[in-house]
Design a protein around this ligand. Structure first.
Ligand code: AMP
Ligand code: ZN
Ligand code: FE
Ligand code: FE
Length: 287
């Protein structure tokens, strides 16, 4: 694909440094890339410099953590002003919150007989890059695998880190409404990441989308990597019904994972892509 609007670098929980990620994207045919690290803008400068050298378009991106309906939800922002005070402030709060959360996850794992998780997760993260951000759940998962507490990452999430488990610490996240508001205040285009990932009933998913639109959201991510085709179909129906713009991306985290940069299922072609708006004026309240 020529466009990929969802990927992660070592600035959050990806395995490749931003410049290496950009080079890989170029090799795979991507010409418009948004780096969307979790709760940080740290990788954007390096990615932009690398993209410029390859004549690629780098779109400012971020994937923000927030809460809605008792769950952790991810919201993607694009094309914002990196210096917008509301965004800078929110990122600073998330940076601090993520460190407190990592300490808490570590404490909880220690109480279950798995000590040293923060140090272990940090060591795994440090081997990949030199981010000043707190280790993320995948780093904790790799620690648990390495220490022999679980057999693989999937088991780490299923037993300890996934939604509703001990490691799903959410109290440091702002609300969905605040998060969409922050992004809008920074002039961002906003897309609700992977709405099928949440274990919601159909009616709860519809309520999520309704509240998200109410908060100022523009788009939903109808395609996330190789997610099952029936999920793409259900999200496409929701996008049509709610009159939303749509986005797509690989959600690439690293080689050998479940996705590849620049690769995802095709979008149903009647849906209006958000990226057709990137070159227009910044978003206004009525789009
Ligand atoms: P965090 O930002 O620390 O909450 O970590 C979120 C990341 O954990 C997601 O972007 C995924 O990369 C990963 N993740 C979340 N749930 C799972 C899961 N069930 N299995 C594997 N990875 C997951
Ligand atoms: Zn991630
Ligand atoms: Fe996500
Ligand atoms: Fe992601």
């Amino acid at each position: 694909m020529e466009i990929d609007l969802h990927c992660h670098s070592t600035a959050s929980d990806g395995a490749l440094a931003p410049a290496v990620l950009v080079a890989r994207a170029y090799e795979k045919g991507v010409r418009v890339l948004a780096l969307t690290d979790h709760d940080t803008l740290e990788g954007l400068d390096e990615a932009r410099t690398a993209a410029q050298a390859l004549n690629m378009q780098l779109v400012n991106g971020v994937e923000l953590s927030c809460t809605w309906g008792g769950a952790t939800i991810h919201v993607l922002g694009y094309g914002f002003d990196v210096q917008a005070p509301a965004l800078v402030q929110a990122i600073a709060a998330l940076h601090e919150g993520r460190w407190l959360r990592a300490e808490e996850i570590s404490r909880k794992l220690a109480l279950k007989g798995m000590p040293g998780a923060l140090e272990g997760a940090r060591a795994i993260q440090a081997a990949l890059g030199d981010s000043g951000n707190a280790p993320a759940r995948p780093h904790f998962a790799d620690f648990l695998v390495g220490a022999g507490y679980v057999k693989d990452r999937a088991e780490a999430f299923r037993k300890w880190l996934g939604a509703g488990k001990l490691g799903d610490v959410k109290q440091h996240w702002p609300t969905l409404e605040e998060t969409v508001g922050t992004l809008r205040a920074a002039g961002a285009w906003v897309s609700l990441a992977h709405p099928s990932h949440y274990d919601f009933t159909r009616s709860k998913r519809r309520r999520l989308i309704g509240d998200y639109i109410q908060a100022g959201g523009h788009a939903i991510e109808v395609v996330n990597g190789y997610q099952p085709a029936d999920q793409v179909g259900s999200l496409a129906i929701l996008a049509r019904e709610f009159g939303l713009l749509v986005t797509a991306g690989s959600d690439f985290h690293g080689p050998g994972g479940w996705s590849e940069i620049g690769e995802y299922r095709p979008l149903p072609d009647d849906l209006p892509p958000l990226w057709s708006r990137f070159k227009l004026d910044p978003p206004t309240a009525n789009v």
